[in-house]
Design a protein around this ligand. Structure first.
Ligand code: UDP
Length: 457
């Protein structure tokens, strides 16, 4: 079979941290000659740049076409609606292609949409799940499924020791596991996914072999996980792909693009980049503390604050450099900023995409975890990969300015800074190697394509 006759639908969950790695996967498959169609919610369709992806984009309704999940009364209602409306739309899309010269023969779906596997099975085509967490975090869900972690966790004496990982305590666990009552809908869908993991033809994970080698080796033969990452634009992975400098699917637009010109004016490794991802909100009190910490550090900074109205202290305003050399923006092309030689430190909430972007680009981290898998990612950033340190929040959950200042200076100029920079550049080389021709992730993708072309059965 010619690769062009293989046609994959990539089904997206409409959150930025889920969209980015899957659209990048689509680009990789297209680069290897496959036809890829992105299926996403009508609300998201207009945010995806089809020419950049060289893929067609098709709407798959989640039942909330006007404003997406913001319209839904709850997470649970949203996930249920996406399942019932979306699976019908996905079936219709497959039928639409059935009589064309490129019928669909595989669905790669986001891990929050496990019902897509039933659609694949109904049509007798391949089904593959794409996991957007690290393998380490996946292994925690896996251990719960296998009954090897007592769940619910005992907050007072919980600790778990897994191959290749530092001992994880209660505070290091993903919040979905540590505080299930707060995240019941997400946890239910994730556990459903892990219960059915082996029913998939492939289980892809956005990591690379070297990064989690000991764990991945120990789990070989036990679970079906295949590392194919890092899924970040190839320009930042030493790849020749001309112009692949952005994911090409942003739910928000920067209010202006002058921030890169601003970063250009700063000395090498002198700028702190602060970004807490796409989902979290920063309270006015927290914003004041961050501003205080950044000013105290006396570093230049670029800070993504999505909703800055009334939260910024006097003298600091959107898109305008303040007196001390700081810039606040509402959104930016994060990978482009991270890759700029003037950026020397990334203050991040430790969402998995942000962490794997920083590791791949080689930027030292100050981790300010919030929820979900972020506490685990932050722990590994510090103790497994040695590319940064964790900032501690006070008992009221606020990160104080003094703590931020101390951590930024420690990562950029302190005793550990040289080792951190060395590790960061080592992981960056290793990430580039994984996706280069015949690298570990590249080989896994090639093997997938070969099996796909042999057909099912
Ligand atoms: N991002 C971006 N611009 C911003 C902030 C974030 O492009 O101003 C991207 C970032 O590169 C990452 C994604 O949004 O790929 C956020 O995903 P992550 O897993 O880090 O966090 P989440 O948003 O899921 O909490």
């Amino acid at each position: 079979m010619n690769p062009q006759n293989a046609h994959v639908i990539l089904l997206l969950y409409p959150a930025q941290g889920h969209i980015n790695p899957l659209v990048q996967f689509a680009k990789r498959l297209v680069a290897k000659g496959l036809k890829a169609t992105i299926g996403t919610t009508p609300y998201t369709v207009n945010h995806i740049n089809a020419p950049i992806l060289s893929s067609s984009i098709e709407p798959i309704s989640d039942g909330y076409d006007e404003a997406g999940f913001k319209q839904a009364p709850s997470v649970q209602a949203y996930l249920q609606s996406y399942e019932s409306v979306g699976s019908k739309a996905l079936c219709e899309l497959i039928l639409k292609f059935r009589d064309s010269d490129s019928p669909v023969n595989c669905i790669i779906y986001d891990s929050l949409l496990p019902w897509a596997l039933d659609v694949a099975k109904k049509f007798g085509i391949f089904g593959a799940v794409f996991l957007t967490n690290s393998a380490s975090v996946c292994s925690l869900y896996w251990e719960i499924k296998m009954g090897r972690i007592d769940f619910p966790l005992d907050e007072d004496k919980f600790e778990v020791s897994l191959p290749g990982l530092p001992v994880l305590e209660f505070c290091d666990m993903p919040s979905l596991i540590a505080r299930p009552e707060e995240h019941y809908a997400y946890l239910a869908i994730i556990m459903e996914k892990f219960q059915r993991l082996e029913d998939n033809d492939w289980v892809f994970c956005n990591t690379f072999q070297d990064l989690e080698n000991e764990l991945l080796k120990a789990m070989e033969g036990q679970w079906p996980l295949i590392p194919v990452g890092p899924m970040i634009p190839s320009a930042y992975l030493g790849q020749p792909t001309e112009g692949d400098t952005a994911y090409g699917a942003s739910l928000w637009e920067p209010s202006s693009h002058t921030y890169m010109t601003w970063v250009d004016t700063k000395p090498p490794a002198s700028v702190v980049f602060v970004s807490f991802g796409s989902m979290g909100t920063t309270t006015a009190k927290q914003a004041q503390e961050i501003a205080k910490g950044l000013k105290a550090s006396k570093k230049h900074f670029i800070w993504v604050l999505k909703e800055s109205d009334g939260k910024l202290p006097p003298g600091l305003s959107d898109e305008d450099e303040d007196d001390d050399g700081g810039l606040v923006v509402t959104w930016c092309n994060q990978v482009e900023v991270l890759a700029h030689p003037s950026v020397g430190c990334f203050v991040t909430h430790c969402g998995w995409n942000s962490v794997i972007e920083a590791l791949s680009i080689g930027v030292p981290i100050v981790g300010v975890a919030q929820w979900s898998d972020q506490p685990t990612n932050a722990k590994l950033v510090e103790e497994l990969w040695g590319v940064g340190i964790r900032a501690r929040r006070d008992s009221d959950g606020i990160l104080r300015g003094e703590e931020l200042d101390k951590c930024v200076r420690e990562v950029m100029d302190g005793a550990k800074s040289e080792g951190i920079r060395r590790n960061a550049s080592k992981w960056s080389e290793s990430a580039a190697k994984a996706v280069s021709a015949n690298g570990s992730s590249d080989k896994n993708i090639t093997k997938f394509i070969r099996t796909l072309m042999m057909g099912k059965g």
